[in-house]
Design a protein around this ligand. Structure first.
Ligand SMILES: Nc1ncnc2c1ncn2[C@@H]1O[C@H](COP(=O)(O)OP(=O)(O)OP(=O)(O)O)[C@@H](O)[C@H]1O
Length: 255
């Protein structure tokens, strides 16, 4: 009996856990000139899960996302998706490997129409039915459809965030990196977008890496969380465990 228990344990650790892991980051470091913004970050992101990245101003959250999407070069460490290394590849190659980044401030092209912005999300895809993907995004975000021919700058903040997320989903990512999606939005709008992403996690195995300044709300939607301080991982655990750790919350998350 003991033999089988032991076998089950190692099967779980090596096979099932390994299958769940989509993104694996090991010892990742990045700098802006003399400023060391990431110091040996090790973490992982599971398929079908929302993983929050939390920490005070300047902790390195945005730099982590920018390094994972190729906008900032890593000076050390590695990152892989589905077992394929992508550290220091260029942003386009990283996008092709299945990583989509929604930067802080949404990053949509204001003068372009909603439709053009969405098409940009799949610009490098080949042999791709762009029309059916567009229809799918419009079904996910119905407020965008009647505005498809309008310039992005005419949209409300919430609609612009829907456009940014919709554009990122156009490339059929395995992992979606979201930087401060709640910034400047009504809580109800953010909740709507998050519940939609949860459904994509459940239905399609999407993995979401969510950077949030508002740790309380991020912990209420995330499955897992990583807390950064001065570019280092302080803890990574289930979001529920971090929520219950009052000392950790007071010290690093400010609530
Ligand atoms: N473009 C840059 N040039 C120089 N230093 C930078 C630059 N961007 C960020 N930094 C520095 O890198 C460190 C990490 O910043 P980062 O923006 O990644 O943190 P953050 O946790 O996202 O903070 P915030 O929530 O304020 O955006 C900070 O010390 C910051 O001052």
């Amino acid at each position: 009996m003991l033999l089988f228990d032991t076998f089950d344990y190692w099967f779980e650790v090596y096979f099932l856990q390994g299958e769940k892991k989509l993104l694996i980051v090991e010892g990742l470091s990045a700098s802006y000139g003399p400023v060391k913004a990431l110091r040996g970050v090790t973490m992982s992101v599971d398929r079908s899960k929302i993983t929050a990245v939390l920490g005070a101003n300047g902790a390195g959250k945005t730099t982590l996302l920018r390094t994972l999407s190729g906008l900032v070069k890593a000076i050390d460490g590695s990152a892989s998706i589905d077992g394929l290394h992508f550290e220091n590849k260029n942003p386009e190659d990283i996008a092709r490997m299945g990583i989509s980044h929604v930067p802080e401030g949404r990053g949509v092209v204001q003068e372009m129409t909603v439709d053009e912005n969405l098409r940009l999300g799949a610009i490098w895809k080949k042999d791709f039915d762009i029309k059916s993907k567009l229809n799918w995004v419009y079904e996910l975000f119905p407020p965008l459809l009647p505005r498809s021919a309008k310039a992005a700058f005419t949209l409300s903040g919430g609609e612009r965030q829907m456009l940014a997320v919709g554009r990122a989903l156009m490339s059929e990512p395995k992992a979606l990196l979201l930087d401060e999606p709640s910034l400047g939005l009504a809580p109800l709008v953010t909740a709507g977008i998050m519940s939609l992403l949860r459904k994509l996690c459940d239905d399609q195995g999407l993995a979401v890496l969510l950077v949030e300044q508002n740790a309380r709300s991020a912990l209420s939607v995330a499955d897992e969380a990583v807390v950064l301080s001065l570019g280092e991982v302080v803890v990574s655990d289930k979001a529920s465990a971090i929520k219950e750790d009052a000392a950790l919350r007071h010290h690093y998350l400010g609530f």
